[in-house]
Design a binder for this molecule. Sequence first.
Ligand SMILES: Nc1nc2c(ncn2[C@@H]2O[C@@H]3COP(=O)(O)O[C@H]4[C@@H](O)[C@H](n5cnc6c(=O)[nH]c(N)nc65)O[C@@H]4COP(=O)(O)O[C@H]3[C@H]2O)c(=O)[nH]1
Length: 565
Amino acid sequence: MTESLDKPTVLIVDDLPDGIQVLNQILADEYRVLFATNGQTALTITREQKPQVILLDVMMPDMDGYQVCRELKANPETRNIPIIFITGKDQDEDEEMGFRIGAADYLTKPVRPTTVRVRVKNQLQLRRSEELILRQALYDGLTGLPNRSLAMDRLRYAILQEQREYTKTGLLFIDLDNFKTINDTLGHDAGDQVLVDAAKRLRQCIRKGDTVARLGGDEFVIILPRLKQVNDSIPVAEQILRSFTQPMPIAGMDYVISTSIGIAISPDDSNDYKQLLVNADTAMYQSKNAGRNNYHLFNEKMNQHVNRRMQMETHLHGALERGELLIYYQPIVDVLSNQVIGAEALLRWNSPQLGWVSPEAFIDIAEQTGLIGPIGAFVLEQGCRQFWNLRRADGRLLSLAVNVSPQQFRREDLTQQVKKVLQMTGMQPGNLKLEVTEGLLLGNQDCIKDALQTLHEMNIRLSMDDFGTGYSSLSYLRNFAFDLVKIDRSFIKEITQRPDDEALVTAAIAMAHGLGLEVIAEGVETQEQMALLTSKACDQIQGYLFAEPMPFDNFVTWLKEKESL
Ligand SMILES: Nc1nc2c(ncn2[C@@H]2O[C@@H]3COP(=O)(O)O[C@H]4[C@@H](O)[C@H](n5cnc6c(=O)[nH]c(N)nc65)O[C@@H]4COP(=O)(O)O[C@H]3[C@H]2O)c(=O)[nH]1
């Protein structure tokens, strides 16, 4: 029995027992032989038993061999089984017809045993090579999982089927968190181990009939056909997250590698397989942004966000060269003297395609694309040049504040850049103030500490921006050479209504003063806020109460008007 199962299976289809008998005698020794005496039975047996070769008679009552062949070729599951016609029809046009509808070979009766044996063997060999090639083309060599192309084929098929059955198809997009770090630090072998282990875990999280595939890199998808409702996809996502909480033994150590998952459902989110993949990917990014190790279901809002972001990224390239980036200036006022003592340079982007884009939206993109290097250099240089010209005319202006992104510290030689700008513009270091965010100091990296120290020694003033919003800690202020702290506008906004905010601002001012630092409050819009901050001994104020950020020429005019009051 086992022996016969090991043999390749051949299906003989003929309405005449004699015909079957002849072929059976020729093939029974080498093959497991199945029979069908009509077309319908042939189709059923083929679907269920998946023979490797079919020997098919043409002339049969009800359904003839041509019709059987057409039906088998139309079904993706039986399409690739080679069919050899064996028939009494010996005209050229009969043979032509047979090949046209997909036959692999054509023999006319009466048949010679050797010919039958050789032709069947040929087809089996061809099929084996074809399968091998197909395997390489459709499966991922490392994990053995279906690759992108097979996954997309299955997804297309699942969506077609769902339309017939009124069900849904779930698509999970899975990305391993921090895979790149493992690959870069432990090497590619370790990276491969992670991928193989991840593939194994994912396989264990699915039912029969679902597909796990590797798209490439550390990206996997799971296709869940025949879902009744959107939420049916959630248990799978939860199971995956749970499964990855178990550490992976890699290169002699245990690592926990979490996953970020995005889910999109057809037809709800799209019934186009390519769009569904894009949507699942978008939802996956949402999971990454939300801190990784979680899942998100796609929603249309995410797409708008992504589209807008992609547009920004496209148009930000070259924006500087096209003169679309401008510097606006916002005055800073000294509380005691009520005089304008400086300004902050704030970047503006006037894009012909997108209109005015807030720096809060595009600085992040500039940082991720590396464009922050040239853009930051531009703000520094043009800011210093314009400010220094103005300062020559108006000696009251003490300082220009320029925002510096952490990326500029990490990627560029910021101290050299600053030195060059000071030389080129004639600006004195004591008149330049660099604003950095607290995030910069996270991790306590030596290179950043050194850069801050060098800038301090150059007599440049350093201000800690957005104080109170993030990782503020007294030790940062002690360890790094800051001169000022800037209290974030979110605390100023409701300072007159919210006792908590008032308490925080009071404490921050006391603490900064205790360390010999000055305090500036940003986002001051009302007289009441101003009065409260004055009563707390805040040193400087910036906000719409005095002026909104404005182009350089307007700032010059504004200063003149203020002087003449
Ligand atoms: N509601 C309200 N807002 C006020 C008021 N007064 C000032 N603001 C706004 O508060 C922000 C202050 O800048 P920031 O905290 O450094 O926050 C800046 C800064 O982090 C970043 N940014 C701006 N320019 C640059 C730049 O040249 N380089 C870098 N790296 N970042 C920049 O973008 C952020 C946002 O800049 P803007 O949109 O110009 O927003 C500015 C300013 O327009 C007020 O009274 N009420």
